[in-house]
Structure formats: structure tokens, C-alpha cells
Write a protein that binds this ligand. Structure first.
Ligand SMILES: NC(=O)c1ccc[n+]([C@@H]2O[C@H](COP(=O)([O-])OP(=O)(O)OC[C@H]3O[C@@H](n4cnc5c(N)ncnc54)[C@H](O)[C@@H]3O)[C@@H](O)[C@H]2O)c1
Length: 422
């Protein structure tokens, strides 16, 4: 049905859309078909990639129909949260496969509607929780068995967003349009935690002080978008955790600063332990991958020292195997690993004979293209995965409203929104 090249539109020419577009144009088996955006930024972004611009999907599909042009195979939806579902339904109705930025939408019922609809029309749906593709998270998941029984996890996502982040895009500070740190940011970490430890069953949350709203009346303070929360979590398997999320404190303890994966947020080499995972046999600090342990069963007590060990990154271990194979095959030494652990997050690319950083957005796009081409069938972040993260956020918000712990509902308990169906 498809050639080996996937044509992709990127909808949204704001902060993240152009980043997706640049990954698409750099892929040999993907083609950027067009940019879709109605804002003043649209023309310059489309021009910078040398592709057509459409103001909206209707205009694009009408053009295709009028000139008998093939529709794009796939779309990346990088628009404000409240627009994801209507855009996704429109595209799916035309058979266009979807990579939808997180959160899938601001509400669970609409998200489930899109998931069901995509299933019914055989459209692939991948959601952009790209941290599942980050080598730090992959390495953490691979090393969990070294901890024995995982008992607890502690996490932080704490930094300060600049004021113009909110001033330039009003949706980011609108509850109705899906703004706020919980829906924009905490959802990433809740997806990470569920990816590592399975579904969250119960959550209790307290809202953090809203500093941006300090000039407002009590009513406006309540209406102002959240700046984060502190949570306790209980996973279905009994693991418990705490988490602090704030987009308005001065701190390097966030996924972005700790991993250096986001070009907007400077990498902080010394900030270790934005997650700590505590187990019966050891503790793992993430992203620095320090394992603290007492290996001998007889030595496991406070009476004995705890050893620490620097674990290798997933790609470093793989590269060492490749280097050994090269040496066996050719009797030749290969480039030595980086001395810097953080910069050591490198891939040895045999074809280019050079060291390359693996990029989660590239790995996510690889996976999306493979799904569309039918080369992979298991979706690494499915609509259901994303909906589970969203259900946790809804439980967090309910807990804040009621002051009580909340059970996270199961997907089966969610009704679809029939009004959205086309
Ligand atoms: N994965 C990540 O790390 C990451 C990072 C940032 C943002 N995001 C997500 O990406 C999405 C976009 O965020 P952003 O900060 O780039 O937003 P943004 O406001 O900077 O850009 C959104 C763009 O979409 C356009 N747009 C809005 N509605 C449209 C429509 N119906 N048709 C065509 N264009 C439309 C706007 O004109 C704007 O240019 C959000 O869902 C956000 O949560 C993800």
C-alpha cells in the first residue's frame, strides 16, 4: 500500500512543531509534506523547510481533492492541547496516521473517543511521550531488576518558566484550554513512572502556591492555572512514591536539565537524582545512574557501608558489544568511550564511523515511520498509555479540589463523547 517513504504534515508552527518538522526533513524515509498553521508564524516556518503551507486541514484536503493530489500518509499534531482531538478525528477520517503531542487532550472522555475512532478506521495512533525513547529512561527500566523488590520512588520536576512563555501563548495559562504545569509537564513524569512501575492506583495531591497569581483576587487566584503540586502515589503493585512538580521555582532538578534533551533548557551536569528508586537490594539515582547497593545478602543493614556503582547507559553497553565484535572481526581497536558520563550518551554509528548522540525525537519518529510502514506493530506509547497518564492528572486535580485521595479510574470506566463523533 505504501512506498518506503512516509509523507508527513506537521500541524502547529509554534514551539514544538518546527522541532518535529526538522526531524522529519532529516530522515531519509520520511518527507515533510506541508506545514499547517493559521498564525502569522506559519509562512516563515513553511518557507524555512521549503514546503507548502495550509492554514487549516480543510484547506489542505480541498486542495488535494481539487488537484487530485494524494493525501499525506501521516500527521504530527503539535497544536494546543484542546485542539488535538478535533484535529485527530478529522485526519483519521481521511485515513491519515497520527502522532499526537501529549497530552492526548485535556479530558479523558474526548481522548477515549479519538482512541476508539482510530481503532475503528485502522489508523495508527502514537502519543508524543517521547521520554520513553530517552536512553536515560530505557537504562533505568533495564536496571530495575538490580534493586530487588522496588519499594518506593521519589521524583521531582522543578524549574522556572519565563514570564514570556505564558504571555506569548495565552492557552498555556488557561484552565479551559489545557494549560498549567500538571497537564503540560507533570503528565510526562506520570507517563515515565507508569512506564517504569505500572499503573498508578491512588493519588493524593496538594496544590503549590501560585506565585504568578499573587496580585489577583481570591476568585481569580482559584481560577488561575496551576503552577504545580506535590503528590503521594500508590501503584497497583504496591510501590509507593512522592513527587514534586513546580514550574515556578529555581531548581535544576527536572528531566530537561538533568538529561539535556531539550534545547530550550540548559543541561546541568551536576544535577543528579531527579528520580530515586528505592528497592530491597539497592537504590538507583536517575539520570546519573548511580546504583547504591550492598551486594552480599548478609551485609544488608545500616551497620555496613553502602557501595556505589556507576551503571552504564543502554547505548554505551550496546556500543561496547559492537566494539568487541569489531575487534574480533577486524582485529582493530574502535574509538574509546567518552570520559564524560552525561556526554557519554553516545551511539557508535558504524556506517559513519563516528559517535552520535541518540535523540529521543528521532527515535520516536523512527518508531512512528515504522508503524506507518507496517515494520513495527506494537505501539510504544499508545492512546491507552497516554489516557492512563491523563487519568492520573484528572485524579490529581480531583484530589486538589476535594482534599481527599482519589482512585485513578480504569479506561473501561470512561465513556466516549458521542457529540464528537463525525
Ligand atoms: N513533547 C514535548 O516535549 C513538548 C514540548 C512542548 C510542547 N509540547 C506539546 O505540544 C503541543 C504544542 O505546544 P507548543 O508549546 O508548541 O504550542 P504553541 O502555542 O507554541 O504552538 C501551537 C501552534 O499551533 C497553531 N494552531 C493552533 N490551532 C491550530 C489549528 N486548529 N490548525 C492549525 N494550527 C493551529 C498555532 O497557531 C500555533 O502556532 C502542546 O500539546 C504541548 O503540550 C510537547
Amino acid at each position: 500500500m505504501y512506498t518506503d517513504c512516509v509523507s508527513i504534515i506537521v500541524i502547529g508552527a509554534g514551539l514544538i512543531g518546527p522541532r518535529h518538522a526538522s526531524h522529519v526533513v532529516n530522515r531519509p524515509n520520511a518527507r515533510l509534506y506541508a506545514i499547517v498553521d493559521h498564525s502569522a508564524k506559519g509562512p516563515s516556518v513553511a518557507e524555512s523547510f521549503g514546503v507548502p503551507l495550509y492554514k487549516n486541514l480543510t484547506e489542505m484536503f480541498e486542495y488535494c481533492d481539487a488537484y487530485n493530489v494524494k493525501y499525506p500518509d501521516a500527521a504530527i499534531i503539535a497544536t494546543p492541547n484542546h485542539t488535538h482531538v478535533p484535529l485527530g478525528l478529522h485526519l483519521a477520517s481521511k485515513g491519515v496516521h497520527l502522532l499526537v503531542e501529549k497530552p492526548l487532550s485535556p479530558n479523558a472522555s474526548d481522548s477515549k473517543t479519538l482512541i476508539d475512532y482510530c481503532n475503528s478506521v485502522n489508523v495508527k495512533l502514537l502519543v508524543g511521550h517521547h521520554r520513553r525513547f530517552n536512553p536515560y529512561i530505557i537504562s533505568t527500566k533495564e536496571n530495575l531488576s538490580k534493586l530487588g523488590q522496588v519499594i518506593a520512588v521519589q521524583g521531582t520536576w522543578t524549574l522556572r518558566k519565563p514570564d514570556d512563555y505564558f504571555e506569548e501563548k495565552p492557552w498555556r495559562s488557561s484552565k479551559a484550554l489545557g494549560g498549567g504545569a500538571l497537564l503540560i509537564n507533570l503528565i510526562h513524569d506520570l507517563d515515565n513512572l507508569q512506564y517504569l512501575f505500572g499503573p498508578v492506583q491512588r493519588v493524593y495531591a496538594e496544590l503549590l502556591l501560585k506565585q504568578r497569581a499573587s496580585q489577583l483576587s481570591e476568585e481569580s487566584y482559584h481560577e488561575a492555572v496551576d503552577e504545580g503540586a506535590v503528590l503521594t502515589l500508590r501503584f497497583a503493585n504496591g510501590i509507593c512514591g512522592t513527587f514534586i512538580c513546580s514550574d515556578n521555582v529555581t531548581s535544576p532538578f527536572s528531566f530537561e536539565a538533568g538529561t539535556g534533551e531539550n534545547p530550550t533548557v540548559p543541561f546541568n551536569e551536576t544535577a543528579a537524582g531527579f528520580y530515586r528508586v528505592f528497592g530491597s537490594h539497592g537504590t538507583l539515582s536517575v539520570p546519573d545512574l548511580q546504583l547504591y547497593h550492598q551486594n552480599q545478602e548478609s551485609s544488608r543493614s545500616w551497620l555496613n557501608p553502602v557501595q556505589d556503582e556507576q551503571l552504564k547507559m543502554h547505548h554505551e553497553s550496546r556500543r561496547e558489544v559492537e566494539e568487541e565484535e569489531d575487534q574480533i572481526m577486524f582485529g582493530m581497536p574502535t574509538p574509546s568511550p567518552s570520559p564524560n558520563m552525561k556526554d557519554g550518551n553516545l551511539l557508535f554509528n558504524k556506517s559513519k564511523n563516528s559517535l552520535e548522540k541518540p535523540k529521543p525525537f528521532d527515535l520516536q519518529l523512527d518508531h512512528f515511520v515504522n508503524l506507518v510502514l507496517g515494520k513495527e506493530s506494537v505501539v510504544k506509547c499508545s492512546g491507552e498509555d497516554a489516557l492512563r497518564a491523563l487519568l492520573c492528572i484528572e485524579a490529581v486535580k480531583q484530589s486538589i479540589e476535594t482534599g481527599l485521595p482519589q482512585v485513578v479510574p480504569s479506561i473501561d470506566d470512561i465513556d466516549i463523547n458521542h457529540e464528537l463523533m463525525i
